[in-house]
Design a protein around this ligand. Sequence first.
Ligand code: F0G
Length: 409
Amino acid sequence: MCKNMGFSLPLTYILPVILINQVRRNHRDRWDCGGNRLGIGGYVFKCPRCGYETEPSPINFTCPRCGSLMEAVLAELPRDVRFRYRRRLGVWSYVQLLPRPRVRVTLNEGGTPLIKVGKGLYGKFEGLNPTGSFKDRGMAVGVSLAKSMGVHSVVVASTGNTAASASAYGARAGLRPIVLLPNGKVARGKLIQSIVHGASIMGVEGYFDDALTEALEMFKSGKAYSLNSINVWRLEGQKSIAYEIYEEVKVPDNVIVPVGNAGNIYAIWKGFWELMQAGLIDKLPRMIGVQAEGAAPLYETWRRGVDSLIEVNAPRTIASAIRIGKPVNWLKAIKAVKTTHGLIVTVSDGDIMRARDRLARRGVFVEPASASTYAAYLKLLREGVVDSGELTILVLTGHGLKDPDSVKG
Ligand code: F0G
């Protein structure tokens, strides 16, 4: 359990910290995980490491045999998949390929534009989602499941955006959002979002990874339902990024994604992979993950080709969204990269900030983590790994207004 209950959030925030006092009851007894309410019957859980297969579950996401995080695989893809994003439905536009919970929550997420940034280069501007990041796509699905199960509280650890999104979608669904944030390491705009949506905020000493450990304890003890990316149903919502890219340009050559906890790069890969299984495309884009030099556990793991995660204990980068040393979805992310002959690349903080400013001078204001994709593109272009004759998509994951303090006045 969290010991510091929010008291240690830095005074500089001078903002109210709400103590958690209503998570004492164990909700698990009251969660109704019955099949029809959740509409997850079309899925099977498969272990990416040992291949074990089992029934899908809304609460058990780890392989009983080897402990890895399971993949939620659609057992059968519908023959007549129809793709057309509709603003009114949000990610539920793609319900044929999603769980079908009894309650559907939406804030009209998704439908973000592809903005031309250069020759052969487009940014998928996820900062234009309701709370300003791609997390909203996943929360629409995760919170819908939580609501359909009869959960009362949802919990996330976060570098800021997941918290903002869980707070908004939790509030929308009438659930109590609980967010655990690493003290002093969350951008101001994101913290304010959690406050304004009425979340219970707890400060945790250390890094995101420490906050995640505590949030998962809370989940395991049944106090609240986890919406972190261990939750495969949240990632199902995020795969809609791939569907939307497909609607506009079919299959790009490269998709460049910032990597933190490593859920999103996998989710986007999964979206394209399903399109291929459905016979709509005949190749996958090369998935390129980006990490900051000071917070690059996935890069090191991928580069050395080892089969256990090389953790970073004290991750450092100005891109606070991806300041993560122990990404839980590392195995799935490596799978996404390997099966598409992709790569993981690192960029320096200086390069990230220059890329952020360059994008802003073209009218696109993104937060530092998102700008890492452009920094990576420029680096790979110089190295001849990507070519301006190819079609490359940068996933611009969060809006620049989230992190005003990263802009020098
Ligand atoms: N970009 C932004 C703006 C993010 O907020 C995050 C993750 C990522 C990229 C990386 O995505 O974790 O799926 O690899 N933010 C999480 C959070 C960790 O708590 O908001 P990932």
